[in-house]
Design a protein around this ligand. Structure first.
Ligand SMILES: Cc1cc2nc3c(=O)[nH]c(=O)nc-3n(C[C@H](O)[C@H](O)[C@H](O)COP(=O)(O)O)c2cc1C
Length: 378
């Protein structure tokens, strides 16, 4: 099969990854309306075609958080990426490093912080869930610092979990249900199974040996479920800001009022995000909130975005509406599930090539020149 667009990687991943893990990526909370609108609202934004402009010497180079990037796209943190493909987080970090874009490792990764640091050359960013056990949170920050992570991304929109029906139907519950249906799902994907058998990385790597009583799949799931913190609030960001010397990113801001509060914490960036439609079903798409948030705080804090980005055209739309950079979640996971490290590289290549062509046909030669003037009706 010719891989020409992210949809092709998605189709390949569907064939290779057991249903429970493929669906885990391809799902949103409840009716999935927000998951769908992330993509639909991006697609509805029309680009302004320009002609007669010199287009040689184009460059996608830019910066995110002051870091030089080959294009203003980063890989979003995604839990258990190592279940889409054996050693998935290491493969993702390597592909991102070789391409020259940031990779963000989730707290809920299969490969641990230390493992990824050992097996990938470039520094990566670390995503933190603020759990009830603040001692564990502090130790995660220390581990990320020791591993050389230049940026910490604190996720704000998961104080409790929005239900995904597909996960419950597939046995991805707490604790996981490993019944006949799961066995059949795995048996129908032998290449995935063989790959998984040759790695020792099958658990939540950041928890093993660090979270008390969380050793096997069941106890880990229970530990995580017991750790969501309903008491978490803006004051807790001060606790983190005091302890984290590097760049601080706050992820999951979807409202201009919250964006102002986020900017006041001393964080360096926010990610306009609804967690890929996996949390508040019925929330607006992130792209529909981007412009108002960028207007409200863009002069004080770097504004980034994620949600539904599956093409270079989407990245261009995000930049035009005021984002300094965009993250890919599922586009990364599909590449990983489909072809491993080569698939992640392919996903990044596709997006870069589309972004370059889009930029040119809109009459621009550099990322810094992209703005609202490139959109129809803005
Ligand atoms: C399977 C999956 C797992 C995710 N796990 C995490 C996570 O552990 N931490 C986090 O902050 N966000 C997580 N997210 C949200 C992503 O970081 C990001 O916000 C979202 O995927 C962006 O939307 P997109 O997938 O449409 O690109 C996850 C998303 C997916 C699809």
């Amino acid at each position: 099969m010719q891989v020409l667009e992210i949809a092709d990687l998605m189709a390949l991943a569907r064939r290779r990854v057991p249903r429970m893990f493929f669906d885990y990526a391809d799902s949103g909370a409840y009716t999935e309306s927000t998951y769908r609108s992330n993509a639909a609202d991006l697609g509805a934004i029309k680009l302004r075609q320009r002609v007669g402009r010199k287009l040689s010497g184009r460059s996608l180079q830019s910066t995110m958080l002051g870091q030089q990037v080959a294009m203003p796209v980063a890989i979003a943190p995604t839990g258990i990426a190592g279940m889409q493909r054996a050693d998935g987080e290491i493969l993702g970090a390597r592909a991102a490093a070789a391409f020259g874009v940031p990779f963000t490792l989730s707290t809920m990764s299969v490969c641990s912080i230390e493992d990824v640091a050992t097996h990938s050359k470039a520094p990566f960013w670390f995503q933190l869930y603020v759990m009830r056990d603040r001692g564990f949170v502090e130790s995660l920050m220390q581990r990320a610092e020791a591993a050389g992570c230049p940026a910490l991304m604190v996720t704000l929109d998961l104080q409790l979990v929005g239900q995904r029906h597909k996960d419950l139907r597939n046995g991805m519950a707490t604790p996981p249900r490993l019944g006949l249906s799961t066995a059949l799902q795995l048996a129908s994907r032998p290449a995935w199974c063989f790959d998984m058998l040759r790695t020792r990385r099958h658990r939540l790597g950041n928890l093993v040996g660090h979270a008390k009583g969380a050793d096997d799949l069941t106890s880990m799931a229970q530990w995580v479920a017991s750790q969501f913190d309903l008491e978490f609030c803006w004051d807790d960001i001060a606790f983190i800001r005091e302890r984290w010397k590097g760049k601080l990113i706050l992820k999951g801001v979807l409202d201009a009022e919250d964006a102002r509060l986020a900017a006041a914490t001393g964080a360096d960036a926010i990610v306009v995000s609804n967690h890929g439609g996996r949390q508040l079903d019925g929330a607006p798409s992130s792209i529909s909130k981007l412009a108002s948030i960028a207007e409200a705080v863009g002069d004080r804090i770097e504004v980034q975005v994620d949600g539904g980005i599956t093409s270079g055209q989407d990245v261009f739309r995000a930049l035009a509406l005021g984002a300094k950079g965009a993250y890919i979640g599922r586009a990364f996971l599909y590449g990983l599930g489909a072809l491993g490290e080569a698939g992640v590289t392919r996903a990044l290549d596709i997006i870069a090539s589309e972004l370059d062509t889009t930029m040119a046909l809109c009459g621009e030669r550099s990322i810094a020149d992209i703005g609202r003037h490139n959109l129809e009706g803005y």
